[in-house]
Design a binder for this molecule. Structure first.
Ligand SMILES: [Zn+2]
Length: 287
């Protein structure tokens, strides 16, 4: 495992002012396999926001000399652009020129366009593009673990996972509390659910925060107020979180999804209880 250059939690420290606390990982990819529940990929605004979150994760990783290595490749715009173009043409034909001129407007026209896009994507074989035949939401309580039944239903819609060294990221609606959830259960390797419903100040850190959990990073700056919180692993999803400490970046690099070995006991919640509250990690790994 990568040895930390400097283990500290000083909120003022970042790669810009303390580069000596950071390794240069040369743009190494953090591998994810992305899926979208049907309610997400059928809705233009949710679909777009899922891309805001993916790009947000990539921006943060690049800031720290890593990058997001994402499959399915080039879903947006290269692969889906023709689909959306085709859907738009079909829409133009069916709705006529007058309605077509309004297609960028919100409301009924946009709704029809969304439906046409969904139909067209369906024809092209949605599964191969990570588009799931799953609708509805997964229940995650504000505190504690998500019930297994909902997780199983969502996870089953993914089918076989071809490469377990890619972190599974699913965009789906979550009801109950948080907009993001990292599943840490023995049934599966860690995986992430993110709800791309736009929230008031639209932070872009939701996905990278959950990816941090999947790499075993625990919450930080828990005592900070929202005005001073900067760290990506701050417990609340608020605007302005853009910092990772060097040892956190090292931990992401050392994960199974980037350059590390398979985790050993990520589901071991009992050991989490034993950990001190400011422990850097969600679970312990042997050295
Ligand atoms: Zn969290």
């Amino acid at each position: 495992m990568t040895s930390f250059l400097d283990f500290n939690k000083d909120p003022a420290n970042d790669i810009d002012n303390k580069p000596q606390q950071y390794h240069d990982f040369g743009g190494k990819g953090v591998r994810v396999q992305v899926y979208w529940a049907a309610d997400i990929w059928r809705d233009v605004s949710l679909w777009n926001n899922s891309w805001v979150l993916l790009k947000g994760a990539d921006e943060i990783l690049r800031k720290y000399t890593l990058a997001l290595d994402m499959l399915p490749l080039q879903t947006e715009p290269a692969a889906l652009a023709p689909t959306k173009d085709k859907a738009t043409r079909e829409f133009d034909r069916s709705a006529g020129k007058q309605l077509a001129r309004q297609r960028k407007a919100k409301g009924r026209a946009a709704q029809k366009q969304t439906e046409a896009a969904a139909k067209s994507i369906e024809e092209q074989g949605p599964a191969s593009r990570g588009l799931l035949d799953f609708s509805g939401s997964v229940h995650v309580p504000r505190e504690g673990e998500a019930p297994i039944d909902g997780l199983i239903a969502l996870r089953r819609s993914l089918g076989t996972i071809r490469d377990e060294t890619r972190l599974v990221v699913v965009f789906a609606h979550i009801d109950g509390g948080p907009n993001g959830y990292t599943v840490l259960r023995q049934e599966w390797l860690p995986w992430v659910i993110a709800d791309p419903t736009p929230i008031q100040d639209s932070p872009k850190s939701l996905l990278i925060h959950e990816m941090g959990h999947a790499c075993r990073l625990s919450h930080q700056q828990s005592d900070a107020v929202e005005a001073t919180a900067r760290n990506i692993m701050y417990p609340l999803d608020i605007k302005g979180l853009a910092h990772l400490w060097g040892w956190q970046v090292d931990t992401i690099y050392d994960s199974y999804w980037c350059n590390g070995r398979k985790p050993t006991n990520w589901w071991d919640r009992i050991s989490n209880v034993r950990l001190p509250p400011d422990h850097p990690f969600l679970w312990d790994e042997p050295p």
